[in-house]
Design a binder for this molecule. Structure first.
Ligand code: SF4
Length: 506
């Protein structure tokens, strides 16, 4: 029997399921392959964004933590080597976003892999930077587009011992001659083909389905319901993907409802899911007809709490009524607000957003008593301290239940990354930081340090009354010597946020 080992260089310190591996596992299982899985969740790495957001008042800290064993990087190399030696996989399949790829590079070159094993990699970093990836000399095959469109072909060729150098949608590197073959890009699959095989979760232990939410651990499942977003904000990975897929077909699409609801059934019956997090960049941007059909089936077949992401323009009375007709015990609407500065939003980010409309959308959610989530960003190119304080002001005004504050990171392939290079803020070769650590941009009007400090205290400025601003400033300018004060202010932040206390905790 053929064997495949899936490897995920998880940069988060909590069990995480990538979208790709369950899809590929479904395909491999149908073809009778024996499957194995290895990820880096429990190995030493830097603090991740979720932990940081708990410490800085974004998410309510979870008391009942999952076991977090940390093994060293040396142990990771030792363990992965042993797994590969024991299994001797025919295919070693890696999926990685840009930050995962940097982490992967810290250990993969130290692993010995037999030439019988095909080492294949996919994921957004391979789509945006295929040359960089293939030139590392560590991979036989790099998937330069949708993995779903090439994965089965790779398995079939491997099963039949056929040549793998001519698969459209991949780059191939011959290990002996070091010759690189760049095959052309492949057309995007239509939704019925993209989701034709049911996802398979048999590789994951129970801990992968339990996640922090409202200060508790709950059984949460990320359900992909659509792909792509009709907007093209300059900092977003969605815009970069649309650019990469230009001329190859339709990228923005809804998942066929039969496929979605078959998977809801599996998630409820087999994985005991309590809350669904819909993976969809802009759920309410889907046509009303699809939303109504979705609501109809959800009310009959699912009726579980759910979380969505959308844009303010799509938050209308009509669409909120549809969401209510899902008949879930509760639901949450999240929106990217990003900045309170019109200049940053529209001239720099090309977000085409209207701040009054953002306020309108949150007011409407508040009027209906619907849970809301707001995403903010600091450290955007050309942003000043005053711009950041206009974002703080907007955060205070919209009064969302949950707030997430991140630092802008120039993602490979995103149009705004080019502006950062043009302005000399980055060279384009920097390692990405986490979304909560620091800014990699070197800008004249504000330092990386100031951006990092402001992110830390952002929600204190936004959520606490002005009488605390002197204390918050102390923490902003000298966090290390004011840690105790900072923790006290964070505790106060939760006490002052009565909205959270009354409406949010499950
Ligand atoms: S609306 Fe959101 S998902 Fe769509 S392009 Fe803008 S940031 Fe990306």
């Amino acid at each position: 029997m053929n064997k495949i080992l899936f490897v995920f260089p998880n940069t988060a310190n909590k069990p995480t399921i990538t979208m790709a591996i369950p899809i590929f596992a479904g395909i491999a299982k149908n073809r009778g392959w024996q499957m194995y899985y290895f990820d880096t969740t429990y190995y030493e790495k830097r603090q991740d964004s979720i932990e940081d957001k708990e410490k800085t008042g974004g998410f309510l800290p979870v008391v009942e933590k999952q076991a977090k064993v940390r093994y060293s990087c040396e142990q990771l190399i030792f363990d992965l080597q042993n797994v590969i030696n024991d299994i001797r996989p025919d295919v070693l399949c890696i999926t990685a976003m840009s930050c995962d790829f940097e982490y992967l590079m810290t250990f993969l070159s130290k692993i010995q892999i037999s030439k019988e094993t095909l080492v294949a990699i996919g994921g957004v970093h391979s789509i945006f930077c295929p040359e960089e990836v293939i030139n590392k000399g560590l991979f036989d095959l790099v998937c330069i587009g949708q993995g779903e469109s090439v994965f089965e072909e790779i398995l079939i060729k491997k099963e039949n011992n056929e040549k793998l150098d001519n698969i459209e949608g991949t780059y191939y590197r011959d290990r002996q001659t070091e010759q690189i073959i760049k095959n052309k890009k492949k057309y995007l699959l239509s939704p019925d083909k993209l989701w034709r095989v049911d996802t398979d979760y048999s590789l994951y232990g129970d801990e992968y389905f339990i996640h922090p939410f409202d200060g508790k651990m709950v059984r949460m499942f990320w359900m992909e319901v659509s792909r792509g977003c009709p907007w093209s904000c300059e900092y977003c990975g969605n815009s970069a993907l649309k650019q990469a897929y230009k001329g190859l077909g339709k990228y923005v699409c809804s998942r066929p409802l039969d496929s979605t609801f078959r998977n809801f059934k599996i998630a409820i019956e087999e994985l005991k899911t309590d809350i669904f997090n819909f993976t969809s960049e802009c759920f309410l941007a889907q046509p009303i007809k699809i939303l109504k059909e979705f609501a109809n089936r959800y009310a009959k077949e699912v009726r579980k709490p759910f979380l969505i992401q959308t844009r303010s323009e799509t938050v209308t009375e009509e669409r909120l009524e549809i969401l209510k007709s899902f008949q879930a015990p509760f639901f949450q609407v999240g929106m990217g607000v990003e900045s309170g500065s019109k200049r940053i939003l529209n001239e720099i980010c090309d977000r085409r957003a209207d701040i009054d409309d953002i306020i309108r959308a949150y007011d409407l959610l508040n009027k209906y008593g619907i849970r809301s989530n707001a995403y903010f960003m600091v450290g955007l190119p050309t942003e000043t301290r005053e711009d950041i304080f206009s974002t703080v002001k907007l955060c205070r005004r919209i009064n969302s239940h949950i707030n997430s504050v991140s630092i802008f990171q120039p993602l490979p392939g995103a149009p705004l990354t080019n502006l950062c290079i043009e302005k000399g803020y980055i060279t384009g070769k920097e390692s990405l930081e986490t979304f909560t650590s620091t800014s990699v941009l070197k800008m004249p009007q504000i330092s990386s340090q100031e951006i990092g400090n402001l992110r830390k205290v952002f929600l204190l400025y936004a959520k606490l009354p002005e009488e605390y601003h002197k204390d918050i400033e102390k923490c902003e300018y000298d966090y290390e010597n004011n840690r105790e004060l900072f923790d006290k202010l964070i505790a106060l932040r939760w006490q002052y946020d009565q909205k959270w206390k009354k409406e949010v905790i499950l």
